[in-house]
Design a protein around this ligand. Structure first.
Ligand code: DX5
Ligand code: ZN
Length: 229
């Protein structure tokens, strides 16, 4: 699948759920075609968000959008079918939650979805080396998972560069995604460092004007992708 990079991926966790459909359409009308859906089980992370029902509601509201479903749950293999049936395009699982990660990644693909792997802030990029040839996306958490609105962990910049270099070394073609605390202050530098997909929750949905913020984030991301001569 070819993507027009960089991609701004609003995380709907930060949306106003009393008018989720309206806010999804506002994002679509502003050119968004990739949404990030955070699934939290209250065990792997200390918060509970929502389940496959919301993912299928998003799928019905924005049928053309790419749905990137981030499973912050224990035993993700138990729920891959449900999230695939709900309309996920990509399902990502945490390295820290999968003792049989290679099998889990195959399981996601067997259900017709693209597969992603996620690492927490204290997990090294090097640990992903064996699975990187098998994934479509690698996600670096730039906050501790479980909540939106947290501050960006600065050490994430180095992890992005390490992952980018590892991708070249392996001649792999997975997308690099960053998730947590992304906003107008760091999005340009993140793209310059090599990020392809930028998840932004509160920066988008808590902005005074969602459309204007999307435009601002997109133009900063595009600036970051301009080759430095
Ligand atoms: C946190 C989630 C993130 C979060 C991003 O566990 O994985 O996707 O919703 O929200 P912001 O952009 O507000 O940090
Ligand atoms: Zn997420």
């Amino acid at each position: 699948m070819n993507f027009d990079l960089p991609i701004l991926a609003p995380s709907i966790l930060a949306a106003d759920f009393t008018k989720l459909g309206e806010e999804l359409n506002t994002c679509s009308e502003s050119g968004i075609n990739w949404f990030h859906c955070d699934i939290m089980d209250g065990h792997f992370v200390p918060n509970i968000s929502y389940g496959p029902g919301i993912v299928s509601a998003v799928r019905q509201t924005v049928p053309e959008a790419f749905l990137d479903v981030h499973l912050m749950i224990e035993n993700p293999d138990q729920y891959i079918e449900d999230f695939a049936d709900a309309g996920s395009d990509l399902i990502s699982v945490h390295y820290e939650a999968c003792p049989h990660l290679h099998r889990t990644i195959q399981n996601i693909k067997d259900h017709g979805c693209m597969a992603g792997v996620v690492i927490n802030p204290a997990t090294s990029v090097e640990l992903l080396k064996p699975i990187l040839p098998d994934v479509d996306l690698a996600l670096i958490m730039s906050v501790n998972p479980g909540f939106g609105g947290q501050s960006f962990i600065e050490a994430s910049f180095d992890k992005v560069e390490e992952l980018r270099d590892l991708r070249s070394e392996l001649r792999a073609d997975f997308l690099i995604e960053i998730d947590g605390g992304v906003g107008t202050k760091n999005i340009q530098k993140l793209v310059q460092k090599g990020v392809d997909v930028l998840v932004a929750g509160s920066s988008v949905f808590k902005a005074p004007n969602i459309s204007e913020r999307i435009e601002e984030l997109n133009s900063l991301a595009l600036k970051g992708s301009e080759k430095v001569v």
